[in-house]
Design a protein around this ligand. Structure first.
Ligand SMILES: C=C1C[C@]23C[C@H]1CC[C@H]2[C@]1(C)CCC[C@@](C)(C(=O)O)[C@H]1[C@@H]3C(=O)O
Ligand SMILES: O=C(O)CCC(=O)C(=O)O
Ligand SMILES: [Fe+2]
Length: 378
């Protein structure tokens, strides 16, 4: 477990020692004759292996559920329940999100990530915030740095009455200028589509748990979510680095679009197993906050992303999260001995952004931190 000391401790420590890594230049690192800097090299027990088995993730066709077919809805809830109880991962097809939107959102990532570093720095993420560009994680972690660049946005659907809030589009145009207006429009539309899809999946999850169809949908209607573009450059030593280290998503529900490059792995039945790209499907996984909302019934699963030496990998992740101040408490149908205390997403978000690097123990460590009144050292 690596705790993130709060600023300025770790930042100043790292800023001096790792100046050369303050900007993650994968091309430069790949072209240098010597080995990849030690900060990116993971311990032996975490190093990726090439021949992992393939995880048989259930493929759930949402067409029947979305059209209101009672039998197909019942079949879908059974498949969701089985997957969510075991490892929390499932695929959804016929989800209703426009294929052209999905394709352009993946292609358009290159406009940002292939631009010069000085351009990308205009959107640099600030300490403690999740919005913005993270070219290097050396400001947050001392070791086991992820081999990736990310661009993250805060998203909320806005009030029904007013026009949808345009926070995604406005953020990128504010940071990068009017040349990114079309870019912003595409990802604004994308995040709205993913927010709508996540609410439909919340209806399915509610029914699968024997809770009213509307309970979780209403809980997340005014969500304050995070949308993230993950760009994983090729690495000359793919056997020692990780694109995203082992973690459980601290959020509630993740909808992940993968490109056609393999890399996502889940830790199931005590081994890493690949979740292969499927162009017709989106990957959905339960996060820590929803595991708490189900009082531990549905599982938030450890997962990671590996990279390769030939081609970059791109993924788009919508992290559904409730309004910051909403109390995370299981509905009475799921009560019983409490697995976790009442908390707000705001508390857990602060914990993972400022005090603790999300891993497989985040919720347990957060529970200790929360019981100690949110004291800094975990
Ligand atoms: C709330 C969040 C924190 C992270 C982005 C979202 C949901 C997933 C989290 C993360 C990806 C889990 C692994 C570690 C992390 C630092 C990362 O690799 O990016 C996490 C994100 C973050 O803290 O920025
Ligand atoms: O990019 C991937 O395949 C996984 C990314 C992920 O798990 C995350 O961003 O939380
Ligand atoms: Fe994740």
């Amino acid at each position: 477990m690596e705790s993130i000391k709060t600023l300025p401790q770790i930042f100043s420590e790292n800023a001096t020692k790792n100046n050369h890594l303050m900007i993650f230049d994968s091309t430069g690192l790949n072209n240098k004759s010597d080995k990849i800097p030690q900060e990116f090299v993971w311990p032996d027990h975490d190093k990726p292996s090439t021949n992992v088995p393939i995880l048989p993730v259930p493929l759930i066709d949402l067409a029947g559920f979305l059209s209101g077919d009672p039998f197909l809805t019942s079949e879908a809830t059974k498949l969701v329940a089985e997957a969510a109880k075991q490892h929390g991962f499932f695929l959804v097809t016929n989800h209703g999100v426009d294929e052209k939107l999905l394709s352009s959102a993946c292609t358009l990532m290159d406009k940002f990530f292939k631009s010069p570093s000085c351009e990308k720095q205009k959107a640099q993420r600030k300490w403690g915030e999740s919005s913005g560009y993270a070219s290097s994680f050396v400001g947050r972690f001392k070791k086991n740095l992820p081999w990736k660049e990310t661009l993250s946005f805060a998203f909320s659907p806005g009030e029904k009455s007013e026009n949808h809030s345009q926070d995604v589009k406005d953020f990128i145009v504010k940071k990068m200028g009017d040349g990114y207006k079309d870019f912003g429009i595409v990802y604004q539309e994308y995040t709205e589509a993913m927010s709508n899809l996540s609410l439909k999946i919340m209806e399915l999850l509610g029914m699968s748990l024997g809770v009213s169809r509307s309970h979780f949908k209403e809980f997340f209607e005014d969500n304050e979510s995070i949308f993230r573009l993950n760009y994983y450059p090729p690495c000359k030593q793919p056997d020692v680095v990780l694109g995203s280290g082992p973690h459980c998503d601290p959020t509630s529900l993740t909808i992940l679009q993968q490109d056609q490059v393999n890399g996502l792995q889940a830790f199931v039945d005590n081994q890493w197993q690949a979740i292969l790209p499927n162009p017709q499907a989106l990957v959905v996984n339960i996060g820590d906050t929803f595991m708490a909302l189900t009082n531990g019934r549905y599982k938030s699963c450890l997962h990671r992303a590996v990279v390769n030496s030939k081609i970059e990998r791109k993924t788009l992740a919508f992290f559904l999260s409730p309004k910051m101040d909403k109390v995370v408490r299981p509905p009475e149908e799921l009560e019983g001995e409490r697995a976790y205390p009442d908390f707000t997403w705001s508390m857990l978000h602060e914990f993972v952004m400022k005090h603790y690097r999300a891993d497989e123990s985040t919720l347990d460590e957060f529970t200790k931190w929360h019981k100690n009144g949110g004291s800094i050292m975990v």
